[in-house]
Structure formats: C-alpha cells, structure tokens
Design a protein around this ligand. Structure first.
Ligand SMILES: Nc1nc(C(F)(F)F)ncc1COP(=O)(O)OP(=O)(O)O
Ligand SMILES: [Mg+2]
Length: 212
C-alpha cells in the first residue's frame, strides 16, 4: 500500500459521524469523542431538525476548529459547496449525491473524497476518484432511514479481495464487539454514529471502540 493510502487507512480507524439531530450537545459530544480516541470526524447534518444556511455553516466551522485542535480530519457529508467554502479536509458522498468525478474536480487532489458503495460495480466506478469507500449497512441502523439492505461484511470482503489497497470503512449499526470481525474481513476502520452520539457516557462509549 502506498504511504499516503496507508496513512489515510490508519486515520479511518475510528470514524465518528455526527450532526445536531444525533445528540443534544453536538460540540460537547464531538469534543469528548475527540478526546477519547476518534481518528476521523464527519459532519452529517441531515433530517427534519437539521441546521441549514448560516447556522449550519457556523456549526461546521466550530466543529472544524475542534477537529483541528485534535489534529483529526474534518469531513463534510454531501455538502460540497460548504466544504469548499470553509476549506474542510474532505467530503463524503453517496450514490444519490453529486458524481464522484465532478466532486473530485471541484475539491482537487489533496482533499479527502469518500464514496458510499453498495455493489462491486459501484466500487469499481468509485476507485478512480475516491480516497476511501464506505460500505454498509453492516447491521441494522436507526441513523439513516434510507440505508438500504443490511449486508454484514459480505461486500467488505468482496471489495477487499478485488482492491487490496483501497481504504474501506464499514458503517451501519456497529458496536465495539463487532469491530474485530469487521477489520478481519477487510475494513481499515469503522464509522459510528449512535453507539457514541446516543451513549449515556460518550467518553466510555468512545473508549470502548478506541481501545480495540
Ligand atoms: N455518510 C456516510 N459516511 C460513510 C463513511 F464511509 F464515512 F463512514 N459511509 C457511508 C455514508 C452514507 O452516505 P450516503 O449514502 O451519502 O448517505 P447519507 O448522505 O445519508 O449519509
Ligand atoms: Mg450522502
């Protein structure tokens, strides 16, 4: 694996995804998660209660400042224009979002681009532009209404077998006890929303993932 891909794969180990709909105190939750071992953060502001416009940008900038102080990459979900405006470290897009080739052209070669894939064909289309792929839902999830079919680690294994060096993140309903198997099946890291954001003790919940 080339050094930059190796470094990126390591950075994906514990990828926390959160927005205001996921927790009452998003800044407090994210700061605690950063203190307790999160290695990458994605601002995913979606749903009925989600912020938009100036409030969304202000929250994004506050979260970006937090991530910078912990030297953790700050990725924005879906909103490429916001990512460009505030010079985020990267963007994550899905199959229903802007085309990966178009996003790559807009953000340039030095920003992170993550792409969600649900089939080998989608993975094949993503690899020319994406720095990493998100594969899931591995387990049933409450964090995304349109998450698609639960697939365990089947596709993670298939994508790993086909693309030995492509950084892969597993996502969807993941708990600490799932992590060893997900990594063994080929993922470089796991993405977590509610197991941390909805935990009564965010520090303990994060540490349970980070110590693995
Ligand atoms: N946000 C995500 N992050 C990841 C990551 F790899 F980062 F873990 N994987 C998958 C998704 C899902 O992305 P998408 O399919 O666009 O749905 P949504 O925009 O509702 O999140
Ligand atoms: Mg999306």
């Amino acid at each position: 694996m080339n050094p930059s891909r190796r470094a990126l794969a390591e950075q994906l180990q514990l990828y926390f995804i959160c927005g205001t709909p996921n927790t009452k105190d998003v800044l407090g939750t994210v700061e605690t998660a950063l203190q307790c071992g999160v290695t990458c953060f994605q601002f995913r502001e979606k749903g009925k209660e989600a912020l938009y416009g100036d409030k969304k940008e202000a929250m994004a900038r506050a979260l970006q400042t937090l991530c910078r102080s912990y030297d953790v990459p700050f990725i924005i979900n879906d909103d490429v224009a916001l990512a460009e405006r505030i010079d985020a470290d990267g963007v994550h897009i899905g199959q229903d979002d802007t085309e990966a080739a178009h996003v790559r052209a807009r953000i340039g070669p030095d920003k992170w681009l993550g792409v969600s894939v649900h089939t080998l064909e989608e993975a094949a289309a993503a690899i020319d532009h994406a720095d990493y792929v998100g594969i899931g839902p591995v387990y049933p999830t409450k964090s995304k209404e349109d998450a698609g079919a639960v697939n365990g680690t089947t596709l993670i294994r298939q994508v790993r077998d086909m693309y030995r060096e492509l950084p892969i993140v597993g996502i969807g309903g993941i708990l600490p006890e799932h992590v060893p198997m997900i990594r063994q099946d080929g993922a470089d890291g796991v993405a977590v929303i509610s197991a941390i954001a909805s935990a009564p003790d965010v520090a303990m919940a994060t540490r349970r993932f980070a110590c693995l």
